[in-house]
Design a protein around this ligand. Structure first.
Ligand code: SF4
Length: 82
């Protein structure tokens, strides 16, 4: 299990979550349009979830989040060395 970043983040990219992540697994896309969480690095601690002012961070087990699980995973594959 990992946490994911979802639609409300688009165009905002508040970085409060980045500052609290203990393993630095929250990254931004090239255009800084959205943050994403690397599923292979996330340790599922949940610390980031309450930090997001837009409530854009959810566990990947939430209902109806399949698309955002894919988005976070695809971004992580695009930048495998970050
Ligand atoms: Fe980082 Fe923990 Fe949030 Fe995963 S759940 S992105 S490890 S703060």
């Amino acid at each position: 299990m990992a946490y994911i970043i979802t639609e409300p983040c688009i165009g905002t990219c508040d970085t409060s979550c980045v500052e609290v992540c203990p393993v630095d697994c929250i990254h931004a896309d090239d255009d800084d349009r959205i943050l994403f969480i690397s599923p292979d690095e996330c340790i599922d601690c949940g610390v980031c979830e309450p930090e997001c002012p837009l409530e854009a961070i959810l566990p990947d087990t939430e209902d109806d989040t399949e698309r955002w699980v894919e988005v976070n995973s695809e971004f992580s594959e695009k930048w495998p060395n970050i």
